[in-house]
Design a protein around this ligand. Structure first.
Ligand SMILES: [Zn+2]
Length: 296
């Protein structure tokens, strides 16, 4: 469990699959995903436009001075300060896909991206620096496509922790200094190499502590997780991916992966996306990129 987030027991909150697979009730206990969209987690500063004025980010030493002596707070997928779904009143749902990078994580799921383009389905793509360095031509192509918003998935794909807390056996960053680097090295790389000003951040494994959520916001980024797990780290079979996609509704943010072409995410999206689009249309809702929310 090093190359992708969210192992196979992860399930979206709306799904009946939890009962079917016998893991739903244990989803959180097993470090996976059944986030409940608590008010405290979703009522922080609004995403996108709030960060769009690109204020000068906090410097490294200033971040250490401000945060290093503060308590870490809770660590997990849905801690206070991390946004899970879209803000209240959002007229749609959002698909997000991560590219985690690393030894077995530098692939590209062309079937998935082709499906999104064929259906004109907007999505937000979270890029880890390792993946971006391995796929610079693809990054340029994706950044140039208005269908997609590019976001920051960290530099080394570690949990964002102020005290080294771990998730799935993966140690998190060990200090505010390391957490700062995990966010900002990739942020600066994407900006410097590709002209991308990412507004949203999701760390490797999607686990962070409350203090690091505050740090991320002080750096001008919205810490963004999800409400529906589409592929459990690209491990779900296609039918499960399709069911998860179809389960999405207003305000939901789905997470999948587009760096594992040998998985079934692309096939499942192709099967489930048309029904999701129909369902949203019936409700006069739309698929949105994360930064589109204020425009909806
Ligand atoms: Zn990842």
């Amino acid at each position: 469990m090093t190359e992708n987030d969210l192992p196979a027991t992860g399930l979206g909150r709306r799904s009946l699959l939890g009962a079917a697979l016998g893991v739903g009730a244990l989803a959180l206990a097993s470090c996976t995903t059944e986030p409940q969209l608590p008010v405290a987690s979703s009522s922080g500063p609004a995403p996108g436009p709030s960060a769009s004025s690109t204020p000068q980010p906090l410097g490294r030493q200033a971040a250490i001075d401000r945060f290093a002596s503060r308590p870490a707070g809770d660590f997990g997928l849905e801690v206070t300060g991390v946004q899970l779904g879209l803000p209240d009143g959002a007229r749609g749902a959002a698909l997000t896909f991560d590219a985690c990078g690393g030894g077995k994580g530098n692939g590209y799921d062309g079937e998935l991206l082709d499906t999104l383009r064929r259906h004109r389905a907007p999505a937000t793509l979270f890029l880890n620096q390792r993946w971006a360095r391995a796929n610079p031509t693809l990054v340029t192509e994706l950044a140039a496509d208005p269908l997609f918003e590019i976001a920051n998935h960290g530099s080394t794909h570690q949990p964002l922790a102020s005290r080294g807390q771990s998730a799935y056996g993966i140690p998190g960053t060990g200090s505010i200094a390391e957490a700062y680097d995990e966010v900002m090295e990739n942020q600066r790389y994407l900006a410097g190499e590709f002209g991308i000003q990412a507004r949203f951040f999701r760390c490797g494994t999607a686990h962070m502590d409350e203090l690091c959520a505050q740090l991320t916001r002080a750096l001008g980024l919205v810490p963004m997780n999800f409400t529906v797990n589409l592929d459990a780290g690209a491990t779900f079979p296609a039918g499960t991916v399709a069911t998860q996609v179809r389960s999405m509704g207003a305000g939901d943010v789905g997470i999948g992966h587009f760096n594992q072409p040998d998985g079934h995410t692309g096939e499942g999206m192709a099967a489930g996306l048309p029904r999701l689009l129909e369902s949203l249309q019936e409700q006069e809702l739309a698929l949105l990129r994360l930064s589109d929310v204020r425009k909806a």
